[in-house]
Design a protein around this ligand. Structure first.
Ligand code: SF4
Ligand code: SF4
Length: 157
């Protein structure tokens, strides 16, 4: 019986494809959804810092002063927390592994001019909205105060 099983295995192996690949001639095709290495679209990132707060291994650093986003790929455990929590959806996990290296490194990326301009425009618009709201509130308060004074003036007349 054991002999029969052995023959079956030999026959199967003779007519099936090898389980290994001819690396590096043949590249591995990874399945979609694979958690590869983290990438950031610096045209969209607003440097809010949420990804760095959520990262369990502190692999991400956000420096608002120098407007840079950095990642230490060798500290990343591919948990995807940063990707799932980014409010701008600018983080993604590339479908390939981080390249190996002999030294721990930090990859830094500057915020793009486009993102800076968009962020400044948004801040300007928010400031204008706040100023308008303050003006409207002040006008409403002045109107209310004037209305409250009116009956008093009429009573004195
Ligand atoms: S990658 Fe996303 S969460 Fe991280 S700083 Fe940029 S916008 Fe914020
Ligand atoms: S995938 Fe996880 S470990 Fe890697 S940078 Fe994002 S939050 Fe940190």
């Amino acid at each position: 019986m054991a002999k029969l099983n052995f023959k079956a295995t030999v026959l199967k192996n003779l007519f099936s494809k090898p389980a290994t690949r001819l690396y590096p001639a043949e590249e591995k095709i990874y399945p979609t959804g694979m958690r590869g290495h983290v990438q950031n679209d610096m045209d969209v990132c607003v440097l809010c810092g949420l990804c760095s707060i959520k990262c369990p291994t502190h692999a991400i650093t956000v420096d608002k002063a120098s407007r840079t986003w950095s990642i230490r790929p060798m500290s990343c455990i591919q948990c995807r927390c940063c990707v799932d929590n980014c409010p701008k959806k600018c983080l993604s996990m590339e479908v390939k592994f981080t390249e190996p290296g002999r030294e721990k490194r930090t990859n830094s990326f500057p915020q793009s001019e486009k993102a800076i301009a968009e962020q400044e425009a948004l801040m300007k618009a928010a400031k204008e909205r706040a100023a308008k709201a303050a003006e409207a509130k002040k006008a409403a308060e002045e109107k209310k105060a004037a209305e409250e004074k009116k009956p008093e003036a009429e009573g004195n007349a």
